[in-house]
Design a protein around this ligand. Structure first.
Ligand code: HEM
Length: 468
């Protein structure tokens, strides 16, 4: 497949030719080549140990907290046996995959999934110590990739797919032919969750291309074809409307209670442990710059996708302080080329918007290009409306329900089944906002107004960018 790197201007506005920003005209932020489904045999120990975890369908400690009796005992025993395998696993060298992007991406996915299995099957009464066999290669791989040493949207979506029919790469529409490779919970709902992201990335690539072409034409500055740019904007609007439709298919593919109870607990960050434990990373001192890397350990979220912020940036949507600080927080989890690409667009002058504004000044807001631009802005606002519906269904309602149930349990029972005394106060790495990603019930219920305020703020601010 041919891959085209998008033209790029550096932050100071000078033209620069990127070596590789890994943005493909057809795949958008997905890699144009199918991600590896297995590492070479030298790293088979990792693949086999991950297989052992996925095939046993472990339950996370948070899920087990709701169980009792023999079932809980059996679950804890089988996960503990698996963790012992990891403890004994040798520290495999990554020297032979240095410089090999696909191998490094697969290694990052495999290692971060094993870290999540290891940490989240550790009973609440024990501390979480990620063994050297995972810490050292994970930090090494992350350093090579210049990526956070934690599971990110880039892992579970961008670099976690295969084609149902590899021969149908061109014959079958990609979005019908694509599926995710790995899940943590083993549920079809988790595969569905990742599929929605994959389909949005694929569809979104079409809008990125239209906006790139518009920007280039305006920047070139000679004989700008206003009708053509109007058409590009109309095409972009249509794509954004389709993105909304894809986002809403979450309701068909993912059951809210499965998301909240079975998927979410596996995706909780190291800075948001339910029992306030601080994760220990054994062997981290063996890897240069590990302390700095290990500050990037928050829960993954589709908010880490560069797609929507890149569309915002191309359209010149204003960022207030809240939006800027949100983007600054999530961009550290993006693939570094995507992060740089997004950053360059955010810092660049608003090429399309300024052009449309200048036409509106002369010709008024009924000019076709102004009408087309405003329709695109409205479509972005409407996409955010749909996202709010999803957040309400998948996080807000279930977290309120869970909080109600635990409140009733507390009233009914005098037995404390919660954290071991003394553990709660040790939440050193935590931050208020980190739980928002996965909707950690106990705290999210208190944070619901804040989360809604932020997301509604982003939605309303988008709408205010219509040219009047
Ligand atoms: C069940 C599905 C989803 C849930 C529960 C969900 C939840 C959330 C939450 C809680 C936030 C705000 C807090 C944070 O990330 O720290 C957020 C933000 C965001 N999410 Fe989602 N999300 C879902 C699917 C998606 C998908 C598929 C996309 C698109 C690729 C997406 C794009 C975004 C964006 C761009 C933001 C930043 C806010 C904005 O720009 O308006 N989300 N999401």
């Amino acid at each position: 497949m041919s891959s085209q790197i998008l033209p790029y201007k550096s932050a100071d506005g000078s033209t620069a030719v990127p070596q590789d920003f890994q943005v493909d005209w057809r795949m958008g932020f997905l890699p144009p080549q199918m991600p590896l489904s297995r590492l070479p045999t030298a790293w088979e120990a990792w693949e086999a140990t991950l297989d052992a975890a996925t095939s046993q369908r472990f339950k996370a400690a948070e899920q087990l907290a709701a169980l009792g009796g023999p079932q809980k005992f059996v679950e804890e025993k089988k996960a503990s046996a698996w963790r012992k395998l990891i403890d004994k696993m040798p520290v495999l060298s990554i020297d032979n995959i240095k410089g090999c992007e696909r191998e490094l991406r697969r290694a990052h996915l495999v290692l971060t999934f094993m870290v999540q299995f290891y940490a989240h099957t550790t009973p609440p009464t024990e501390s979480i110590t990620i063994p050297r066999s995972l810490t050292v290669p994970l930090l090494g791989v992350s350093s090579e990739l210049n990526h956070a040493p934690f599971v990110t949207y880039s892992d579970h979506d961008l670099h976690n797919w295969s084609l149902n029919d590899p021969r149908g790469q061109d014959a079958v529409p990609m979005s019908d032919n694509i599926q995710s490779q790995l899940t943590l919970s083993g549920t079809p709902d988790e595969a569905g969750l990742y599929l929605v992201g994959l389909r949005m990335e694929l569809k979104g690539a079409e809008a990125l291309e239209s906006l790139r072409l518009s920007t280039n034409e305006i920047e070139a500055g000679n004989n700008i074809d206003v009708d053509r740019i109007t058409t590009y904007l109309t095409q972009t609007t249509k794509v954004i409307q389709e993105l909304k439709g894809i986002l809403m298919t979450t309701k068909e593919l993912v059951r809210p209670e499965i998301f909240f109870n079975d998927i979410r607990p596996w995706l909780v960050g190291a800075d948001a442990d339910k029992w306030g434990r601080k994760w220990v990373w054994e062997g981290k001192e063996e890897v240069e710059n590990s302390e700095q890397m290990l500050t990037k350990v928050s829960s993954p979220t589709a908010g880490q996708s560069p797609l929507i912020p890149t569309l915002d940036a191309y359209l010149g949507i204003e960022e207030d302080d809240s939006k800027s600080s949100f983007l600054d927080r999530v961009r550290v989890y993006m693939d570094h080329q995507h992060k740089e690409y997004l950053q360059s667009l955010r810092l660049r002058k608003k090429v399309i918007r300024s052009f449309v504004q200048s036409i509106a000044k002369e010709g008024g807001t009924n000019t076709p290009i102004v009408v087309a631009y405003n329709a695109t802005i409205q479509a972005m606002k409407s996409l955010r409306d749909a996202h709010l519906v999803i957040v309400t269904l998948y996080i807000i309602i279930p977290s309120k329900k869970k909080a109600r149930i635990s409140e009733m349990d507390t009233k009914l029972s005098s037995v404390d089944t919660g954290p071991v005394s003394g553990e709660m106060g040790d939440h050193e790495q935590g931050s208020e906002t980190n739980n928002e990603h996965t909707g950690e019930a106990a705290s999210t219920v208190d944070q619901v107004p804040k989360l809604l305020k932020i997301l509604k703020g982003f939605r309303d601010q988008t709408g205010q960018n219509c040219i009047e």
